[in-house]
Design a protein around this ligand. Sequence first.
Ligand SMILES: NC(=O)c1ccc[n+]([C@@H]2O[C@H](COP(=O)([O-])OP(=O)(O)OC[C@H]3O[C@@H](n4cnc5c(N)ncnc54)[C@H](OP(=O)(O)O)[C@@H]3O)[C@@H](O)[C@H]2O)c1
Length: 296
Amino acid sequence: MILVIGATGMLGNEICRRLRKEDNPVRAMVRETSDPVKVNKLQELGVEIVRGDLRKSSTFKPVLRDVTTVITTASSMPFSYVPNENDPLLVDRNGMISLVDESRLAGVTRFIYTSFSGQIDLDFPLRNAKRAVEQNLQNNGMVYTILRPSCFMEAWLSPMVGFDAANAKVRLCGEGTKPLSYISLFDVAWFAVESLKNPYARNAVLELGGPEKLSQLDAVKIFEELSGKKFEIEHVPVEALSSQLQSAADPMEKSFAGLMLCVANGDPIDMRNTLGKFNIKLKSVRDFARSMVAVA
Ligand SMILES: NC(=O)c1ccc[n+]([C@@H]2O[C@H](COP(=O)([O-])OP(=O)(O)OC[C@H]3O[C@@H](n4cnc5c(N)ncnc54)[C@H](OP(=O)(O)O)[C@@H]3O)[C@@H](O)[C@H]2O)c1
């Protein structure tokens, strides 16, 4: 049995879909508060639903019964964040570490963990949680794969972060000139599932980017070209992001400032070595922009 934690999220849902398409037995741990529409969709895929919560290790026992493999994509940020209740410390760090520990005790042999790019390396709560879990997992004894994707294009080229292509208005982190390796979350899901079969993924940390290195401004140009519209561009200066990172008390705000600063600083990932071991044609920003412009 493969257990997916984070199955009601964007990436976890796509992983469940892929696993079920290949007829794998899949269980999802969902919360009492998870959106029932998303939970129903998982059930329609043939996913077994068990209630649990990363903050309550007492819920793990039934969730982990007969599980050989855990794939986790769960995070409190950004959609599930509740101050002092469901935050990076309680969920992304403490909850995930106790899940790793309890998984080994329950007989799980394979653990796939979704972290983020190793170049996201500033001191903020979400980054500190991700690295603490990675370390715990690497010392735990289960065969592990740590997925370290760069920015998802579906998130970082969307209105959620101020990239409003439909209205030709974007807000960029810093000057927008540093190279990034935007990756599609659908390709990250492919890597998660492929990691179960590919020997190169055993006890591996996979830095994952898209097929090209593009700056935020390069991405804007692609959208402008495909939509035929000139975009209005606003820049959030690096100094403003740095002072937000220093002064924010709220872990969500601090983590977002840290992430935006890392985007401003660039996150290029050389995929040549990985693509020699994994047979995938990665989605480009142009492919993604074409699909977004088509529906606008
Ligand atoms: N966005 C990016 O650019 C990017 C880049 C690199 C890595 N990542 C990582 O990729 C992963 C997946 O991202 P995503 O966009 O799919 O996330 P998402 O859509 O926000 O999904 C988060 C999931 O975590 C679950 N969750 C939250 N609190 C929980 C708790 N206390 N116990 C159990 N489950 C809980 C949510 O369940 P509910 O539905 O119940 O809230 C949801 O299923 C994350 O770990 C993220 O850090 C993202």
